[in-house]
Design a protein. Sequence first.
Length: 752
Amino acid sequence: MVSKRKRALIMASMVVMTIYLFWRVFYTLPSGWSLILGLMLLFVEAISIFQAFFFHLIISKPTKRTPAPLPAQPFTVDVTIATYNEPMAIIRKTVLACLNLDYPKEYLKIWVCDDGRRDEIRRMAGDLGVMYLTRPTGEHAKAGNLNNALRYLNGELMLTLDADMMPLPDFLKRTAGFFAENKKLAFVQTPQVFYNEDIFQYNYYQGRNIPNEQDMFMRLIQSGRDRYNATIFVGSNAVFRRSALLDVGGFVTGTVTEDLATGMIIQAKGYDTYALNEVLALGLSSESISDQVKQRSRWARGTIQTMRKWNPLTIRGLSFMQRMLYLSNLLYWYFGFTRMVFILAPVCFFIFGTTSVETNLWQLMAFWLPYFLLSMTMLPMITGKKINVLWNAIYENAMAPTIFFAAMVETFSKREIPFQVTPKGVIRDKTTINYSFILPHFVLLAVSAVLLAFNVHRVADPDPIEQQRVFVNGFWVLYNIVVLFLTILLGFERPRMRNIERFSKEFRIGLTFADARGVRQRYELSTLDISDQGVRISLPEMIALPETVDLELYGDDGPIPVLGEKVFYDKQQDMFQAGFKVQFPSLAEERRWLRTVYGSVDQFVTGSFQWPAYKSLLQYISKFQFKYRTMNRKHPRVETNLNAWLDTGQDGRRKVKIMDLSINGCLLEADGDADVQNDEPALLSFPGIDFKFSGKLVRVGPKDGKPRRFGVVFDEEASPSAVRMIQSLSEFAGPARTVETGRTDMKTTSIN
């Protein structure tokens, strides 16, 4: 709940906003042609203040609901997983998570509602023991899919899930009790929380140092709206009373935001709706800026479309606050227009001489500055650092050009909106520059920078009024340049090289295998990170790991035995690390493993703005890189600087230098005139050391007069002790270092 001090800050902010708006309306409008731009700026500011007023109102006293106990006679529940074209691996995880629900199984039925009509999904559902539904056609997209499911369901409650949203085991235990407590309750909405980093967290290299872009709405605004029975149904992670859904005719069709429309119509019918601010499901956020922009454009057009068909100001049954909050939600999706006005207003001053605000510097300091500073300091305090004014400007600027166009098209036309599923589980293996995203921001940045450069001298204008106008608009343009520059950085998209997210978790793990002599070896180790299909472990010393091992993870749910397939094995600082893809002996172990990986949600919900924006920029600069390399070695390589003799069939004996060494091969450097060829037999020996390795030459490059580098693959693996001894006798001083992963002169493969 919000403290008295924070409520006082909220009230102070609302008073300052009111004073500022009064000043803007009655004392700052310009005359002549400038009045057009002045009224436009005043209009978007008034909309922003209207939204801010209701935002302050709802966050001043958000609800904090406590789950009610389950009734003695549990509700029957149907769980629906709506899918169209998502990868089977993602759907399978969601089904397994549903099977892990801690709810009486005789009262629970799971349905995969597949609008893609895919045989492989049907088979998967059968293998996992859940129901499968499809239909001949796909009219009305997701809403039609769910309405088709309603024809077959008979449970008292219905849990709706997107294909990527995995419910946590206690989802129904924390939500179903509300329906026994309140007979008028139609649905309980829980937050959408994401286990992967969103595009802002990821492309800006911030991780959980900034919150997920949707956190503030899902966690705070929804709880504030809940006090006025205006919770928005967001399409997933909601439990419905099926009879309430049937009472309004099922899920609303005729709009791409069927979730928004369905929730509003249910509330207009007189039902209660709850928002429970608990993380009870985890899903995948959009994984590219293009997908994010398309998704938000669809939401913007869908909201405008919905409000045009079901006007919240005139629809019967809504309260005054419900109407105002839905109107505020509608106005939010015109932020693209608002942002474009804020960017272009000072540009118009320098091009056309039009003044959007008729004032002087002292009035700005008296009225605008307190309003701005209070927003900068107060919003992070009352939202738990979920809002940062500069980051909010970046969020909105990133979407502004596309959202502006989408909102205008939907407002002034009725062009049909095709429903598109946001892609999930997308893999990219290289940094990409999203030129289509960057272009409009770059044009705005370039125009602003050129105008500022050509007009900065006007600050010295002898006319004090003109001097102040130039100063104010110059500062405004400079601020816009900073935000536009930071927005452009988002367009340099980092590669997502794994199709499975990994999480830093330390568990005790047992590793067992048979060595070359057939003797079983057992090691008690710990994990570095874990995913639902693999694990990375730490090893204190180099050991001869076979391709497959037996693993036993000691997680929160007891020991879980699995088979591990080695995918990489390499150095890690002064120790070693190995990655394994796991294979489960049965479905029971796979479900327990999934429960262990996603069982703790703390790491996904603690995101907030941890430091000032300039530190975030410094972190971006320090971490940015174009090229990425995968961990892909099957055997660790240690750097050496050891002289050796190489005997080959054609070139005889030649002195070479060993650059790095592993148990199955090494990298050599020889004179530029060395006559060696690929696949040529080779014998490697060492002066003063009783070791010899036979093998063949690989990756021999052309002669170019420079020292030639090439590899040797050993016929038999060397023991780890031999590698360590050779390395310790080399001319290399200091501890062994990791050989750079993914080097261009060594063979590499892609690893998930």
